[in-house]
Design a binder for this molecule. Structure first.
Ligand code: ADE
Length: 239
């Protein structure tokens, strides 16, 4: 069982996300647990303040360290208490920021072996640097672009990690990276087609239909040729 503990000021964003699809089924089977927590709960004042002005001046607000520190301490304590096995202690704290290390499939595998992942979703113009340096184990980015916060990155990581938890995806064969020898070798993601073999599209009203066909080799029954075609047109993920 992996617990995803998300620290955010928008916990409601995760409600529909966790109720749908394979994640909901995984939660029902007790393979994973997604808990979004409102960071304001750990604020140190009555107003639920979680940000403040930057020292040295500058535009915008900075996420404060106290609420994050208190939240992480409480969530880690809960995780330790919730099970007796040593794996219970396997907890990682992840801060989402566009300047972080680029998230990839190898990290997803590593995370899937943890018992708890605590996600700190930065918002505003940034977070107090002590959160990055002293609290987080790793700063993660999901790509070289700037989002409005870490919530969508957290969802991306939850999906990538959850599908690697045995039992979350229906049959183990569906986990493509399991097919080859050694998961670290990555797997080939190649183009796929299904019926109809010929699809007729009419691009302009009254215009002539054009045919979009499935590559012939895929219907040839020649497995060696099909494999070669897939290798040529695919891309290896997670190497
Ligand atoms: N926060 C804002 N942009 C981000 C990104 N690209 N990855 C992770 N966290 C972010």
């Amino acid at each position: 069982m992996i617990t995803f503990d998300i620290l955010t000021i928008f916990p409601k964003l995760f409600e529909p996300f966790k109720k749908e699809s394979l994640l909901a089924r995984g939660a029902k089977k007790k393979l994973l647990k997604i808990q979004a927590h409102n960071l304001r709960k750990w604020s140190t004042d009555r107003h639920g303040t979680i940000d403040d002005k930057p020292f040295g001046g500058g535009l915008g607000m900075v996420m404060k360290i106290e609420p994050v520190y208190r939240a992480v301490a409480e969530l880690q304590r809960k995780n330790r208490l919730s099970g007796g096995s040593p794996t219970r202690r396997k907890s990682k704290i992840i801060l989402f920021t566009p300047r972080g290390k680029k998230f990839d499939q190898a990290m997803a595998h590593d995370f899937s072996k943890q018992s708890q992942l605590i996600f700190i979703c930065g918002r505003y113009e940034g977070v107090d640097e002590r959160i990055a340096k002293k609290i987080a184990d790793v700063e993660l980015s999901i790509g070289d672009y700037v989002l409005m916060g870490g919530e969508v990155p957290a969802m991306a990581v939850i999906e990538a990690v959850s599908r690697l938890i045995p039992g979350v995806i229906g049959k183990p064969q569906f986990l493509k990276e399991r097919l080859g020898k050694g998961r670290k070798k990555g797997f080939l993601e190649y183009p796929q087609y299904t019926r109809p073999e010929i699809f007729r599209a009419r691009l302009a009203k009254g215009g002539q239909a054009i045919e979009w066909r499935v590559p012939k080799v895929l219907m040839s029954g020649d497995h060696k040729k099909i494999e070669e075609w897939r290798a040529m047109h695919g891309r290896t993920i997670g190497k």
